[in-house]
Design a protein around this ligand. Structure first.
Ligand code: SAM
Length: 659
């Protein structure tokens, strides 16, 4: 083999691995695994494992003794300085009691500007009723439990990131199997709560692999505590690297274990005075700015248009559309995690009021052979009904309130919202200085920070900060480190159609080739067209026709009732804007260079994927636990995805020169 062929082969191999990773159907995404619980003598009991979630009389005391005291959390919380973060990892979320106890203790002892990451994995999440009943046993935790219960309907299979207490408490709850989830943690844990059911009944929670993964996600000085004292668990923990000691158990239990990794913890470096510049005032930029502000950053938010949400985020209405494919590859898992995160964030920032946001549900219709195949495959999976359900045409029509030609998938939490309202709500923060009408033209790393230069009404300006997040859609060519990204402008036009008495019956968002929203103040929104490499935002009759023609796929009777052929196209309202698309449709989210992050290329999914992307970037910039697994972080990474392709094309060029 010639020398020059080796890097080519290596890169081809890397690309193959990357592609395989993207396509593999990951099994750590547990769907609707019922926990199979019942109540026995006032205690929540798992039939599957033959064990209780906590003891009914002294559950709270035991949890606090074993896990909080066992990890010396009160004193460790009290010693955190401003902007510092403490990370707890737990095996087995169960009722969330440990989480609530830790949150309460954190509130009591930690500085008001410190924050807590609580990471937990749970294979079989409780249903809502059991969770509510279990937590109602502890009135003193009520204020915390209410927050958790409110988020619970937003849980999705896979990774969930919910923020509480204004962002001071971050819960990463992964619905999946412990063995597959723990190796995917990005970040390091300071204290572990090992809380599977008893090792004899639930041995898969206490394996060498689980202990090894916990150690890999830890740092010097990380502690653990567990109620069990089983000899093989102790030996396993020691073999993994923990120094283990026995300790008197709670109440009648003789002994428990606690321990730590050798060494003392390094200090987390995120500075209290950290500054950031976010370029781009659409949903991606506003979400990143908001997530950074929650972490104590001072942010300058730069937008070249005269107002925030000027491009695709400026549409009067947008729909929450989680389009999944049956393979549940990494991209789909990202979409699903984004769906849950966005719903939870909207609950906090943009409550459902029928004006700024409606949770009317969304139907995705099996209107073509291809869509039917996708929908049939998805429907065959065992989804939690609060995420999606399969419905036939009659059920779909009943849900929609109008006659539909097809059945399909029903997303009860889908709906519409006013994108500029969520952008404004995210950017409304005293830590965010908005600079609208400011055009950023270049960025460079100078001395110890990033400098962004541009103009405002012809006047030059420069801002500098430790962190820059570029969220400018497809417009990146003037930013040297990003100029190679293959971002493409995709024009999209929506059409506003006057409602008729029949169409006023439509209650849900319905998607087929295009989408149709229920009447809002007498008008339906329909969308949207896709024109690649077309940067004009004029309103076009031909695009109205394209949108209207898709109405027949949704409901021929509605198309007839709305008399779409005789509408005066020049009188129809609408809006055209650019979205940014990338080959493969995965956005570029994460760190490109030290201090330089991107949230770009969200395409038509921006309303869904931009918020979790902002959360991930802010967590990375603050050196906190990331809200997504390593495999997804890697495929989204702006650094990783185009390097291999570039190297290959360089290698190819090198070869052709030699020939
Ligand atoms: N920490 C919980 C609390 O505060 O309520 C109690 C946890 S309960 C004792 C154990 C939990 O581990 C159960 O919710 C069970 O479903 C979960 N579990 C069991 N096997 C698992 C596995 N292989 N992967 C992830 N979770 C698992």
């Amino acid at each position: 083999m010639r020398d020059q062929e080796i890097p080519m082969l290596l890169n081809t191999f890397q690309n193959l691995v990357w592609f395989q990773k993207l396509c593999i159907c990951f099994s750590d995404i547990a769907l609707n695994t019922s926990p199979d619980t019942c109540w026995q003598d006032g205690q929540l009991f798992s039939r599957r494992y033959g064990d209780v979630y906590f003891s009914g009389d002294c559950g709270l005391g035991e949890k606090r003794y074993v896990f909080l005291q066992g990890n010396r959390l009160a004193e460790r919380f009290a010693s955190l300085s401003n902007e510092h973060t403490f990370a707890i990892g737990e095996t087995g979320f169960g009722t969330g009691l440990n989480f609530l106890c830790a949150w309460q203790l954190f509130d009591k002892h930690a500085s008001s500007r410190a924050s807590l990451d609580f990471f937990s994995v749970e294979k079989s999440p409780l249903d809502e009723r059991d969770l509510i009943d279990a937590l109602a046993l502890w009135p003193e935790l009520r204020q915390y439990a209410d927050g958790l219960v409110a988020r619970w309907p937003r849980r999705v299979p896979g990774w969930n990131r919910w923020c509480f207490g204004g962002g001071r408490i971050r819960l990463t709850l992964v619905v999946g199997d412990v063995a597959e989830v723990l190796p995917e943690i990005c970040g390091s844990i300071d204290a572990w709560f090992l809380d599977g059911f008893s090792p004899a009944r639930n041995p898969e929670m206490w394996t060498q692999m689980v202990f090894g993964s916990a150690v890999k996600a830890s740092r010097p000085g990380t502690t653990f505590a567990t109620y069990t004292c089983a000899g093989w668990v102790r030996r396993g923990l020691e073999q993994a690297g923990f120094q283990v000691s026995k300790f008197p158990g709670f109440g009648r239990k003789r002994e428990m274990m606690r321990g730590n990794l050798p060494g003392s913890p390094p200090r987390r470096t995120h500075a209290a005075s950290a500054t950031a510049i976010v370029i781009g005032g659409g949903i991606a930029g506003c979400a990143a700015a908001s997530a950074l502000a929650m972490r104590g950053f001072s942010i300058t938010l730069i937008e070249h248009a005269p107002a925030l949400a000027a491009a695709a985020s400026g549409n009067p209405h947008g729909i929450l559309h989680a389009r999944l494919s049956a393979g549940m590859n990494l991209q789909q898992r990202f979409v699903l995690a984004s769906y849950g995160h966005t719903l939870a964030l909207l609950d906090e920032k943009l409550p459902i009021d029928g004006i700024a946001r409606a949770e009317c549900g969304e139907l995705q219709l099996a209107f073509s052979a291809e869509e039917k195949k996708r929908i049939d495959k998805l429907a065959a999976l065992d989804w939690p009904p609060h995420i999606l359900q399969y419905v036939n045409a009659a059920e779909a029509s009943r849900l929609a309130g109008i006659e539909l030609a097809h059945g399909g998938l029903w997303f009860p939490a889908g709906g519409w919202l006013v994108p500029p309202r969520i952008c404004a709500a995210l950017a409304e923060n005293s830590a965010i200085v908005q600079r609208v009408g400011y055009r950023a033209e270049s960025l460079a790393f100078v001395d110890a920070g990033w400098h962004v230069e541009g103009t405002h009404h012809g006047q030059a300006w420069t801002y500098e900060a430790q962190v820059v997040v570029v969220c400018t859609g497809y417009q990146v060519k003037s930013f040297a480190p990003l100029a190679h990204f293959p971002l493409t402008a995709v024009r999209g036009q929506i059409t506003m159609v006057p409602a008729t008495p029949y169409s006023e019956n439509l209650r849900t968002v319905v998607c087929a080739g295009g989408y149709l929203a229920p009447s809002i103040a007498g008008t339906h929104m329909m969308g949207a067209t896709h024109s690649f490499n077309d940067e004009s935002v004029d309103l076009r009759a031909s695009d109205h026709v394209a949108n209207l023609s898709r109405l027949r796929e949704i409901s021929p009777s509605l198309a007839e009732a709305m008399n779409i052929n005789s509408l005066d196209l020049d009188q129809l309202g609408g809006r055209a804007a650019m979205r940014a698309s990338l080959p493969g449709a995965l956005p570029l989210v994460g760190k490109l260079l030290p201090g330089l992050y991107t949230s770009l290329g969200h395409g038509t999914r921006g309303l869904l994927t931009a918020t979790l992307s902002g959360e991930m970037i802010a967590a990375a910039a603050a050196e906190q636990l990331l809200p997504l697994p390593a495999a997804i972080v890697n495929v989204l990474s702006p650094g990783r995805r185009f390097t291999a392709a570039k190297v290959i094309s360089n290698a190819g060029r090198g070869n052709s020169k030699r020939q």
